[in-house]
Design a protein around this ligand. Sequence first.
Ligand SMILES: [Mg+2]
Length: 237
Amino acid sequence: MAEPALVLWDIDATLLTIRPLGREIHAAAFAATIGRPLRERAATTGRTERAILLDTLRLNDAPTDERTLAALYEAMGRAARALEGRMREIGRPLPGAAAAVAGLAADRVTQSVVTGNLRSVTEAKLRAMDLAEHLDLTVGGYGDDGLDRAVLVRRAVARAEAVYGQVFGPGRIVVVGDTPYDVQGAHDAGVRSVAVATGETTAAELAAAGADAVLPDLTDLAAFRHAAFGSIWTARW
Ligand SMILES: [Mg+2]
């Protein structure tokens, strides 16, 4: 690797899917924390867990103070760990995801996540799908870092630069995601955006959202490398 590079993966509908277990995690955590069943869940796609939980608490006439939120975060982690076995049964890594992560690891690219999920839930999902090995989850941006994905991207970059003791130069930080929110978060934070059409957003919509590159999925590693690093990608990386 000529210069350090950092790839920050979104999780849901980019690397894996565990649908419909996301709702079960919320329902179990809400019931354990608030003491009654979850009635209604806020929209989740592309949003951070902090935003989802605050809206969900309001929709269910529950308190939204920081202490309740912290208790709910703890309960989310416990619920996700308890559901890991079912994640393995029902969930799946998306096509090409494992090979793409392993390929970048072989290229000596630093990899972590920018996800609306909490770190505890991220760890459970990635472990269940056998995708955790090459991702450094001690850095990364998570759903309790803020409401805006650009904040998560900036946190992830700052954490990676502090831990690795190096600066990732222009064009060498790439966010990979499946929604226009991932694209916007990357660009608002001044980094490159690769979009994959493996979620609910079409390739045309992701291109219209301004992604630097759009791929149908992660199955073509050479295409992914070029999408991620453009003309600075070379075989002598
Ligand atoms: Mg996603």
